[in-house]
Design a protein around this ligand. Structure first.
Ligand code: SF4
Length: 508
């Protein structure tokens, strides 16, 4: 639903920089860009209240809620490009972030991706020729669908509303089921069977007290249910804070300055683990169809898989991720610049090497290829800079291990920076987020242009650019991927000097 207006080419257009009309996108500095998590979490709590008060047991209520959701997705999809509905409004997006953590148990590690640019759940499309290509317009940066672990580490601190959402989630899940249990006065089997969804009397007593007893407890359900959910969320957040502090105290002797981030990371993992298992304790997804044993099997599988997920993430740190990212880029550069690596690999392929082994491989390269080493260093830097994984201010420190492996010094680093700036004059002026957005959009637009070249069976982009029949196609690519003038010209330049000279700024 949210992509309908994009498919019809009827999304809301605004006047962008340079006076060009372009599809509106959510500005990260706007109210929605800054507060979307608080909005999404408020919608989630409102949705839980609605379910308990009305929707769980009213077909009409459920139908209206689904209809309202579909219309909202449609409107947001018209108003903003990309997956703005999923990223900025849908309450399930933060839930996805909490349940995924650094990476889902069966998810592939995006930062190791060496061949395809399509990673994890990245937006993609199937072209007329049947190939799958990126449809990413970089509506969110970093994006959980492209690289969940990158998004996880970059939002570990400083992402408004995320800590509260994460901490409150197990409390909300627990309170949701306990309220149903309290009202139905049924046991666990009643909850697991899903029979409560057939109790349509619940909708009729919104003003009745939640529990009978002294007058002080006789609060109408309409008030008591939201209050109880928020209270449970608040208790859960307080528990998260206490657990985090406890861990920080224990970790400080071993981890020093890293203890705070480590404690936060481990507390979040524990809370995700708790939320998943509380959910499966109360809910049987088969609603009893497989009998009590079937439900028990599902609960056990959830416990084992979430336990393995917890174990995998427990010792990870941001530094581990950054090191692995750099090693993946180094691996690509080694493959490109040194055609025959077999003498160093002892029968293995470079893809089989661990991050540490890739750095060791760089160390044993012979001294005679010193220029190649500088090229490798420059290539890794360009790769990390271009994708927004490296900041100008921290690059010297972040790439220290790589320089040591390649036996290069700080002067080589500054020479590589200069070389990079001469090839791409804008690169040092853009922030990491802006570089990532530019790279994602250009990559997706490049794939669309290559597909156009394939379909028209031509190798020369400038012929197509000069052909009036294809002006509409190029305009659409540029509009679909929200490229500004400079990014568009950079992209054309990457196809060769001839394409660069065609005045495509006029295609819109
Ligand atoms: S950033 Fe790209 S991949 Fe992520 S949701 Fe937006 S369009 Fe899809």
């Amino acid at each position: 639903m949210s992509q309908l207006f994009r498919i019809l080419g009827k999304q809301r257009m605004v006047t962008g920089r340079g006076g060009r009309r372009e599809v509106a996108k959510v500005d990260p500095g706007s109210w929605l860009g800054r507060h979307h998590l608080e909005l999404q979490w408020s919608l989630l709590i409102a949705g839980l209240c609605l379910r308990l008060l009305l929707v769980n047991s009213s077909t009409l209520g459920l139908g209206l809620l689904l209809l309202f959701t579909a219309v909202a997705a449609l409107v947001v999809g018209w108003a903003y490009g990309g997956k703005a509905w999923c990223q900025y409004v849908c309450p399930m997006a933060p839930v996805q972030a909490i349940l995924t953590g650094p990476r889902s148990f069966f998810g592939s590690p995006a930062h190791f991706q060496t061949i395809s640019k399509l990673t994890q759940s990245m937006c993609r499309t199937v072209t007329d020729s049947g190939t799958v290509q990126s449809a990413c317009v970089a509506c969110q940066s970093p994006c959980i669908d492209i690289d969940s672990e990158r998004t996880y580490w970059s939002s570990l601190k400083g992402k408004r509303g995320l800590n509260w959402a994460w901490g409150s989630y197990p409390g909300l899940v627990l309170a949701f089921f306990l309220i149903i249990k309290l009202e139905s006065r049924g046991g666990l089997d009643y909850l697991r069977s899903g029979m409560w969804a057939y109790d349509n009397a619940v909708t009729e007593y919104a003003w009745s007290p939640l529990v009978t007893g002294p007058w002080i407890l006789a609060v109408p359900r309409l008030v008591a249910i939201p209050a109880l959910l928020v209270f449970a969320a608040w208790i859960s957040v307080a528990l998260q804070g206490w657990l985090q502090q406890l861990q920080e105290r224990q970790l400080t002797p071993d981890f020093g300055l890293r203890a705070q981030a480590m404690a936060l990371h481990r507390t979040r993992l524990l809370f995700s683990f708790l939320a998943v298992n509380i959910f499966f304790w109360f809910a049987d997804p088969t609603i009893g169809l497989l009998g009590p044993a079937g439900g028990q099997v599902i609960r056990s599988v959830a416990l084992i898989v979430s336990g393995m997920w917890l174990h995998r993430g427990w010792s990870r740190e941001r530094a581990t991720y950054v090191r692995e990212s750099t090693s993946a880029s180094l691996r690509r550069q080694l493959q490109q610049l040194i055609p025959d690596l077999s003498p160093y690999l002892d029968g293995r392929s470079i893809g089989e090497l661990s991050a540490a082994e890739v750095f060791t491989l760089a160390k044993v390269l012979p001294a005679q290829i010193s220029q190649t080493k500088r090229n490798i260093y420059g290539g890794v830097m360009a790769d990390l800079f271009g994708s927004g994984r490296l900041e100008h201010a921290t690059a010297l420190v972040q790439l220290e291990e790589l320089r040591q492996s390649l036996k290069l010094d700080d002067d080589d680093h500054w020479a590589a920076i200069q070389e990079l700036a001469s090839q791409d004059p804008r690169i040092l002026d853009l922030t990491g987020q802006q570089r990532e957005i530019r790279s994602l959009r250009q990559d997706a637009a490049r794939e669309a242009m290559l597909e156009l070249l394939r379909l028209t069976r031509t190798d020369e982009l400038q012929h197509l650019l000069a052909d009036p029949h294809f002006r509409g196609s190029f305009s659409r690519i540029r509009r679909d991927f929200l490229l500004d003038d400079a990014s568009w010209q950079d992209l054309l330049g990457s196809f060769g000097p001839c394409a660069d000279s065609v005045p495509l700024g006029e295609t819109g």
